[in-house]
Design a protein around this ligand. Structure first.
Ligand code: CO
Length: 133
């Protein structure tokens, strides 16, 4: 079963400046910051109340977020949903013929399992599952 929204991912040009901005504007607190080489990003997880925003800076122009920034500029990049079992969600969608970016879960921030659903499937928004398995 897909659960609540885990975070909204936002592509940024300058991670330090974005953290300062979100903290000043909305009282966000930095929960975690990590370079995820496999995904080509340096990410910062911010808490705002019970919600979470994930700021993403590209590690290079040829990374997925680097290409997104070149094409669309900074802004909302993806919406992530909690999933008890990420692999099961992928299997369910794949069986329904849904276009996926990840056929199997991979490691994301906090050591959690993550997987992405293609924006073509949702009507233009990249979607992510996040879970412990
Ligand atoms: Co994310």
């Amino acid at each position: 079963m897909t659960g609540s929204i885990h975070h909204v991912g936002i592509a940024v040009d300058d991670l330090d400046a974005a953290i300062v901005r979100w903290t000043a504007l909305f009282g966000a607190t930095l929960e975690h910051r990590e370079r995820v080489e496999e995904q080509g990003v340096e990410a910062a997880s911010l808490r705002i109340g019970d919600s979470r925003v994930e700021l993403l800076a590209a590690l290079g122009a040829e990374t997925p977020v680097g290409k997104f920034l070149a094409k669309r500029g900074p802004g909302v990049h993806h919406v992530a949903f909690e999933a008890a079992d990420v692999g099961a969600e992928l299997a369910r969608l794949k069986a329904a013929g849904t276009e996926l970016i990840d056929e199997t879960p991979r490691r994301g921030m906090f050591g959690l399992q993550v997987a992405f659903v293609h924006p073509e499937a949702t009507g233009g928004v990249l979607a992510e599952f996040v879970g412990n398995e």
